[in-house]
Structures are given as structure tokens and as C-alpha cells.
Design a protein around this ligand. Structure first.
Ligand code: UD1
Length: 381
């Protein structure tokens, strides 16, 4: 098939474009190479006509890029979490308006298959249950935790509490039908993208697979900026000879999934569009390794793979906007897409410790530090 990958010069997009080419598809790369992300042309983008430089909000350029295309992989987006209120207009503009422009152009060009890069951030806090036998919530299934309380965080109590009995909750794996609860500008824009794509599918008879990535890591991840994921921040610290700073108590759980697995899942999703996922519908899938790890474990594994001379430091700091745990059920992707992650955590981290990261650009380094990072107040005793 002839496919268009938007955001193809980015960390995940470039791996998706390469995996699609390896699977025999004819790949058109589209990227704005925005100076906020790229310091010039990355070496891995192809020469010649298969690379198009354009902004996803540029309707005429996007329409041209879709000429003769059978399917779109949409990854062009502002990433990270959004570190301040001032980020809202840009996240909405690039991620929401950009997606709307793309979908409109796909409708006009008659392109009926879409694989949308979404994120686990659409869920907000993960899935929890109360194990306190006497609590009415314990028999009622999933529990929505109370918002994290500064007093708890200051006291080093990081696990969310049950709204009924106030006890700490147990974490469960989040399924795709969990309530969406976006907590920041980026998350909100991802929910909006999914809704817009579902709308497009209904109106045009198109078919969309939305892939909700968990914590993706691997080669070409952008280096440490206020918008980077934790794996890149830890890796950058080690490279500078500094200890990775592990916030909270390091016990917060995530599912770290390797970027090559994510790319392979995208290739599988294409086969599902129009077959398993029928015309007129959108189906969303968690894309995860299925083996949760704590943030502390990621820091230790990376430090070890980096040579072991610098060890992580558990700081007790916290960011109010963070969720405590979010781990996925990978069952639906396994069942419907036949996707199983294959990169082993230890092998993936060992490779990541030595892989090249994408250099930060001067403008990304000027971005503000998250205002919500707090160190616990020292006790006076
Ligand atoms: C991350 C991404 C999010 C993406 C999602 C799924 C960022 C900022 N977040 O969300 O965009 O959609 O994965 O791929 O890109 N931490 C430390 N030390 C640090 C920094 C962070 O211990 O120096 C901790 C945080 O407190 C948090 C955990 O690491 O508990 C994960 O942080 P992070 O990777 O920033 O955000 P996610 O919520 O996992």
C-alpha cells in the first residue's frame, strides 16, 4: 500500500515509517521539522520525493501529500504533558486543529484508513480497586481515586486513597473501556483527536485504529527537556555523570514499551483497518509490553546498563500533575491485532543506554521548568 506517515521525522514516527517500508509499503514521510524539535534535518530521513516538509495545519500541503495514498499514520503532534497554562493554545492548535485539517483532507481525497497515535494519558490515573473487605467499594469493581492530596505527598504517602474508606488503593491494569480522564493539555488534545477520528469514521465510512501508547523508550528519543519522558531524562542525567533523580519513592508503576514494538504494532494495525475494525468505526488499543516496572526499576536498570558507576537517587520530590500508577491490559491488542511486545526489558534498556538520542534544540531548552515540581518540606524536628 502507499501510506502517509505524519510526524515521520520524530522519535516514534521515524521507527513507524521504517517498519512500514520494511513490511513492503511505499512510505511518504511528512514532517514540519519544526525548530522547537529538530535542529536541522535528522540524518535518517530519506532523500528525494518521499519526504515532504509541511505543517499538519496547512490544508493545501496536506491535501497534496494525500494524493494516491491508501492509509495514514498520524503521529504529528506536540508531545510531552504541557508544562503550563500557556501551552494550551499551541497543544490545541497543533494537535486538535491539525488532526481536524488532516481528517477533512482525507475525506476529500477518499483515504479510508487511519492509524492514530494516541496515548495512555487519556485515562488520567490508572485503574484501582479497594481491597479493604469492610469497605463498600471493595465489591463494586474499579474505584476512581480521590485527587492526590498535597498533605499526603508531603508526608511521603504517594498511593491514591479510596473515596469511601480513605485507605490506600491497589493498582490494576487499565482496559480500553476505562473512563477517559485527561489531566493536562496534551492528554486533552489526545482525547479530542480520538473523538475527531471517530467522527470522521462515521461520516466517511472510514476505519480507524487508535493506539494508546504507554511509556515508549528507545533510540532517537529526544534528550532531556521539560517535555521529555522519564527514560530520556534518566539517560541524559547518566550521560552527564549525574544521578537520575527518582521522584516520589520510586514505586510508581509504568509500562515501558520499546519503540520497535510500537512500530510493529502500527504495521499490524494497518491490517485491522477495514477488516477487524469495520468501516465507520474507531477501535482503541493499549500498546504496552504487558510487564509493568516501577520508575525506580527503570532508573536502576539504566544506571546498571550505563556502567554502574552512578546510581539513581530517590528524592521524594513530586509533581502535582503526575499520576501515581498507570499500567495497561495488553489483552485487546493481543487478541484483535495479534500484537505481542518482543523486546525484553533488560535488552531494550541495555541498548537504550548506549543508543543515540535526539539532541535538544535551543528553543526546547528555553521552555519553563514544570512549576509543580515540589520537594517535600523538611521536618523541623
Ligand atoms: C509519559 C509522557 C507522556 C506520554 C506517556 C505515554 C512526558 C512528559 N510524558 O507520561 O507524554 O503520553 O508517557 O507514552 O513525555 N519522574 C522521575 N524523575 C524525573 C522525571 C519524572 O522520577 O526526572 C517520574 C514522574 O514523577 C512520574 C514518572 O517518572 O512518576 C513518569 O514520568 P513521565 O515520563 O514524565 O510521564 P508519564 O506520566 O509516564
Amino acid at each position: 500500500m502507499r501510506v502517509l506517515v505524519t510526524g515521520a521525522a520524530g522519535f516514534i514516527g521515524s521507527h513507524v515509517a521504517e517498519a512500514l517500508a520494511d513490511a513492503g509499503h511505499e512510505v511518504r514521510w511528512l514532517d514540519s521539522l519544526t525548530s522547537a524539535v529538530h535542529d536541522g534535518e535528522p540524518p535518517y530521513i530519506p532523500n528525494g520525493s518521499s519526504f515532504l516538509r509541511a505543517d499538519i495545519r496547512d490544508s493545501a500541503a496536506v491535501t497534496d501529500a494525500l494524493d494516491g495514498v491508501d492509509a495514514v499514520f498520524h503521529l504529528a503532534a506536540m508531545v510531552g504533558l504541557g508544562v503550563s497554562l500557556a501551552d494550551l493554545p499551541l497543544y490545541s492548535d497543533v494537535n486538535v486543529t491539525g488532526t481536524a485539517v488532516l481528517l477533512d483532507a482525507m475525506g476529500r481525497q477518499g483515504v479510508g484508513r487511519l492509524v492514530l497515535s494516541s496515548s495512555m494519558v487519556v485515562y488520567g490515573e490508572g485503574a484501582y480497586s479497594c481491597r479493604e473487605g469492610a469497605c463498600p467499594a471493595s465489591a463494586a469493581g474499579p474505584v476512581r481515586p480521590l485527587p492526590r492530596d498535597v498533605a499526603d505527598l508531603e508526608a511521603g504517602v504517594f498511593d491514591p486513597r479510596c473515596p469511601s474508606c480513605g485507605r490506600e488503593l491497589s493498582v490494576s491494569r487499565v482496559p480500553e473501556d476505562a473512563t477517559l480522564d485527561p489531566r493536562n493539555a496534551y492528554a486533552t488534545s489526545k482525547v479530542a483527536q480520538e473523538h475527531l477520528a471517530a467522527n470522521w469514521a462515521r461520516l466517511t465510512g472510514g476505519s480507524c485504529v487508535a493506539l494508546r501508547y504507554h511509556n515508549v523508550y528507545g533510540p532517537r528519543m529526544p534528550r532531556d527537556t521539560p517535555y521529555s519522558g522519564v527514560a530520556a531524562i534518566f539517560r541524559s542525567a547518566l550521560e552527564n555523570g549525574e544521578s537520575p533523580r527518582v521522584f516520589e519513592d520510586g514505586g510508581q508503576m509504568r509500562d515501558f514499551v520499546h519503540v520497535r514494538d510500537v512500530a510493529a504494532c502500527n504495521v499490524r494495525a494497518l491490517s485491522a483497518c477495514g477488516s477487524w475494525v469495520p468501516p465507520g468505526t474507531l477501535r482503541a488499543y493499549n500498546v504496552a509490553s504487558g510487564t509493568p516496572r516501577s520508575v525506580g526499576e527503570m532508573a536502576s536498570a539504566l544506571a546498571e546498563a550505563f556502567g554502574g558507576s552512578v546510581q539513581p537517587k530517590v528524592t521524594g520530590e513530586y509533581r502535582l500533575g503526575d499520576v501515581r500508577h498507570i499500567v495497561a491490559s495488553p489483552k485487546a491488542a493481543a487478541c484483535d491485532l495479534g500484537f505481542h511486545a518482543t523486546v525484553d526489558f533488560t535488552d531494550g534498556v541495555a541498548e537504550f543506554a548506549r543508543a543515540s538520542l535526539r539532541a535538544p534544540t535551543p528553543s526546547s531548552l528555553r521552555a519553563p521548568t514544570p512549576s509543580s515540581l515540589r520537594a517535600p518540606t523538611p521536618s523541623s524536628g
